[in-house]
Design a protein around this ligand. Structure first.
Ligand code: SAH
Length: 232
């Protein structure tokens, strides 16, 4: 069974977007994963096809209606669908490589993209949505966040990345940021490739890379130090 993504959105034209190209695009064509973009507006019942309304209690902006979204979710993900239901949301748990790996190992995901001020809280509770954030900043809608999440997941699906080893040496995979990379030419604007990397001494190279990783992590992301390796 391949990984199946259903995305609920007011802008289905945004999909597959960037995921139709490169690694993800080839994997989509090959059937390694599938993507269904569902227009939330198709689940309205009034003649204006209204998906939002003013916030209870007043204030700026509009809120997506629970009843319309519930019909869309129940259509995309009927009872017994084993896929987790995600809501892209700045209030969510920040997305990590650990969660990305878990999702990639599962059957897929149903992803709701918010717009306006967000969605009615009762919908989140009634449909058991897991709120997922891609960082501490505000997007205008959940669609770019859904594309980010799916990009991270799809590259881990079996057969998608040419060189499987490169996935395991990536930043975060061992709880550290990755070491710097170099390639030819040997000299660029007076800067040489570090001597050790052309020494051919694999033990020394590994030690140098480890040292660089630790140094960078200490400097840029001290919060990562002391955390468990992210992959056993
Ligand atoms: N009023 C909300 C922000 C709404 S932004 C608040 O202050 O929390 C509109 C939509 O964009 C959200 O419903 C969500 O689906 C999406 N979005 C915005 N920022 C996001 C982020 N950092 N991660 C994931 N989704 C985000």
């Amino acid at each position: 069974m391949s990984f199946s993504a259903s995305v609920l959105t007011l802008y289905p034209e945004m999909f597959p977007g960037a995921l139709g190209l490169s690694l993800a695009g080839r994997a989509l064509e090959a059937g390694t994963w599938s993507l269904q973009a569902i227009q939330i507006r198709d689940f309205t019942t009034d003649k204006h096809r209204t998906v939002d309304d003013t916030p209870a209690g007043g204030g700026a902006g509009m809120v997506m209606r629970a009843d319309v979204l519930a019909r869309a979710i129940d259509h995309a993900s009927p009872l017994g669908d084993p896929r987790p239901r995600l809501l892209m949301s700045p209030r969510g748990k920040p997305l990590t490589q650990v969660r990305v790996r878990e999702l990639a190992a599962g059957p897929g995901a149903v992803i709701l993209c918010g717009r306006f001020e967000g969605v009615d809280q009762r919908l989140i509770e009634a449909r058991g949505l897991e709120e997922v954030s891609i960082g501490d900043f505000i997007l205008s809608g959940g669609e770019p966040a859904a594309l980010v999440l799916l990009d991270a997941v799809v590259r881990l699906l079996p057969g998608v990345m040419g060189n499987a080893v490169s996935g395991e040496e990536e930043s975060f995979e061992n709880g550290l940021l990755e070491h710097p990379h170099y390639t030819r030419p040997q000299e660029f604007e007076g800067r040489e490739i570090p001597e050790v990397l052309i020494s051919g001494n694999h033990k020394k190279i590994a030690a140098w890379r480890r040292e660089q990783s630790e140094g960078l992590t200490k400097e840029r992301r001290p919060d990562l130090l002391g955390t468990q390796p992210l992959v056993k």
